[in-house]
Design a protein around this ligand. Structure first.
Ligand SMILES: [Zn+2]
Length: 133
């Protein structure tokens, strides 16, 4: 059986090959079948290793809107911080209910991985299906 890091690294590697802007931990959970807690903890390790960046997405809680209001770099420390929803115009209070962690692949890491794929392609001419599940 593949290790936790092996399974998740494979998913992250796959993400570096495509113009994926950001992803949810639940995406990795689905791809790997690992418990979300395990996934999240390992993704945080990757954040510490500068391979990923952690941001916080604020969603509009209005029924039928559910629009992403904003993406925060850090968690708001003040209770009652609000932002305006650009879609329905409502003032949205940031609470744990409408805050979701999202991950981005660090640009430098992404570039280094892409360079690696290019090299690999050159060497093998025909790239092996490294990413088959
Ligand atoms: Zn809204």
């Amino acid at each position: 059986m593949a290790s936790v890091s092996g399974l998740i690294d494979k998913v992250i590697d796959e993400l570096t090959m495509y113009p994926v802007k950001r992803f949810y931990p639940t995406y990795v959970e689905k791809c790997t079948g690992l418990p979300l807690k395990t996934v999240f903890e390992y993704l945080l390790d990757l954040v510490n290793a500068n391979k990923l960046e952690l941001k916080w997405e604020v969603c509009c809680p209005n029924y039928g809107c559910a629009h992403t209001v904003t993406i925060l770099d850090t968690l708001p420390l003040e209770v009652g911080t609000t932002v305006n929803c650009s879609v329905c115009g409502d003032e949205v209070e940031i609470t744990e209910n409408n805050l979701r962690p999202i991950f981005l692949v660090n640009e430098e890491y992404k570039e280094s991985r892409q360079a690696f794929w290019v090299e690999l392609k050159k060497k093998k001419r025909e790239i092996t299906p490294v990413l088959t599940v």
